[in-house]
Design a protein around this ligand. Structure first.
Ligand code: ZN
Length: 176
């Protein structure tokens, strides 16, 4: 593991790199919204919109060990709030094993038959309120990030648009 430290130290974040990140996400009041688990950094494929655009842009050119604070406006985060009305759906319309709770994300058939993400905004008995708006739409995001390991993405990862292996996407039986 020590022999390739030289190669790692020169790698910088950019397109087609797989990057490990430790992060803490807070809202403008300093309330913690999310963080990477201890010893389990977020591993993402750069340039594939795996993370919000504002954070992705700020990381370009950074290298292993760099720590930075990034303020991401809604336009470069989860979008501006469109104040969309929530819709009501019966709980029975969801898969039986679905974990239905506030903030949970589901895919629905959109107006043109395309899959569309929706989020649960409220659960009231058998009625589930859903909205097409991300729970963090309209929120300015504050990230404290530390860049960990950086490596080249494999051809397969580039094709899929996400990371495979530890910290990444698990295709189950397709992978060793
Ligand atoms: Zn894949």
């Amino acid at each position: 593991m020590t022999t390739d430290s030289e190669a790692k130290s020169t790698a910088t974040v950019g397109a087609d790199k797989v990057v490990s990140l430790e992060y803490v996400l807070t809202d403008p009041k300093g309330k913690e919204l999310d963080r990477s688990a201890d010893g389990q950094p977020l591993v993402y494929l750069h340039g594939a919109r795996n993370i919000v655009p504002g954070l992705e842009e700020a990381l370009v050119g950074k290298t292993t060990g760099d720590a930075l604070e990034v303020e991401v406006p809604p336009e470069k985060g989860y979008g501006v709030s469109r104040k969309l009305k929530s819709m009501r759906m019966l709980r029975s319309k969801f898969p039986a094993d679905a974990d239905i709770k506030k903030g949970a994300r589901f895919m629905m058939q959109g107006p043109e038959g395309k899959p569309m993400p929706v989020w649960v905004s409220k659960v009231m008995g058998r009625q589930v309120h859903i909205t097409p708006e991300h729970p963090l739409a309209g929120v300015t995001l504050h990230f404290d990030v530390k860049v960990g390991e950086i490596r080249d993405a494999t051809e397969e990862e580039k094709t899929h648009g996400h990371v495979h292996g530890p910290g990444g996407h698990d295709h189950g039986d397709e992978e060793e």
